[in-house]
Design a protein around this ligand. Structure first.
Ligand SMILES: [Zn+2]
Length: 83
């Protein structure tokens, strides 16, 4: 699928955002590997929101009752232990 870099004339950025959500949303539970989406036979969900430049997927898996956030970040800040 090709996504335009310009907003849709009638619907703004929604089509591009929806396409990136379909592409990037977690498909499987990180705890038990069950599918999350109803279309894949799962019973979970992955809802997306934005926090600055980060994309956060709030996930719930009904198969194992796991829930948590999966963050796609543009930049990771870490730290090193002192030597
Ligand atoms: Zn699970």
């Amino acid at each position: 699928m090709t996504v335009s870099l310009r907003p849709d004339v009638a619907r703004g950025w929604f089509p591009a955002d929806a396409a990136s959500h379909r592409r990037d949303a977690p498909k499987f539970c990180p705890s038990c590997a069950a599918p999350l989406g109803l279309a894949e036979g799962g019973r979970g969900l992955a809802t997306e929101y934005w926090l600055g430049s980060d994309r956060v997927f709030v996930c719930y898996c009904a198969a194992c009752d796991w829930s948590g956030d999966i963050v796609l970040t543009e930049r990771v800040l870490g730290h090193e232990a002192e030597e």
